[in-house]
Design a binder for this molecule. Structure first.
Ligand code: DX5
Ligand code: ZN
Length: 222
């Protein structure tokens, strides 16, 4: 029997106010499911964001699950540090690891859940053989590197294919969609089969971030 999981909202702190990060997280904490943490190294993507010291400081002030999106060239070298800092799930890109079997094993060895991300231009076939080793598949709906970009709706058929694969294999893998999620785009991603929704700009840059999270749930009738 197919079990449709409830939608989970994972705001990205990339869009929060880094001078008041703890306050921004505390404001929404009771209303969200995970915290999405975008780590960028200036090499895999043309931007630098935050790293272990920030994650460690945040861990001291919240029990939220940290869904850490590693947009870096050598994430495997930092997985132990990520776990020590307080990370729960580590997502790496299939563009960095065309065969992610080894890095998935390292993540698990350190007690992290494993996520596998795929960029908009990369075809479904690149992740297909590895879906079963992931706890979460992350379908990027923007080119990684920056918040505030528009949702690329040509990724919807890819979400549908991941959904179909997971359901027919009887897996319980989460499907996260990352980038450009707001109350006008979340519905199509939900209909395509996503169940975890990253929202940076539409939550943390909203005048009322709690209302923005509720607006996302309302937009998909949850
Ligand atoms: C993009 C990041 C996303 C981004 C989402 O590189 O991986 O997580 O922060 O932000 P919005 O919701 O603004 O597209
Ligand atoms: Zn992300």
């Amino acid at each position: 029997m197919l079990v449709i999981k409830p939608a989970r909202i994972a705001p990205s702190i990339l869009a929060a106010d880094f001078a008041h990060l703890g306050d921004d997280v505390a404001r929404v904490a009771r209303h969200i499911d995970f915290l999405h943490v975008d780590v960028m190294d200036g090499h895999f993507v043309p931007n630098i964001s935050l790293g272990m010291p920030v994650i460690e400081s945040l861990r001291a002030v919240t029990d939220l699950k940290f869904d850490c999106h590693l947009m870096t060239l050598n994430p495997d070298a930092y997985l132990e540090d990520l776990k020590t800092a307080g990370g729960d799930l580590a997502t790496v890109h299939v563009e960095v690891f065309p065969d992610p079997t080894g890095v998935a094993a390292i993540a698990r060895e350190f007690g992290l859940e494993f996520g596998l991300a795929i960029n908009p231009p990369t075809p479904f076939e690149a992740i297909e053989p590895f879906i079963e080793i992931a706890d979460m598949v992350v379908v990027m709906a923007v080119h990684p590197g920056f918040g505030g970009q528009g949702f690329i709706d040509t990724v919807l058929p890819k979400i549908e294919r991941v959904r179909k694969f997971i359901d027919s294999a009887g897996l319980s893998t989460d499907i996260e969609v990352d980038g450009g999620i707001d109350d006008t785009t979340i519905r199509s991603a939900r209909d395509a089969g996503a169940d975890v929704f990253v929202a940076g700009t539409s939550v943390f840059r909203a005048p009322d971030p709690v209302a923005a999270v509720q607006g996302l749930r309302t937009a998909i009738g949850e």
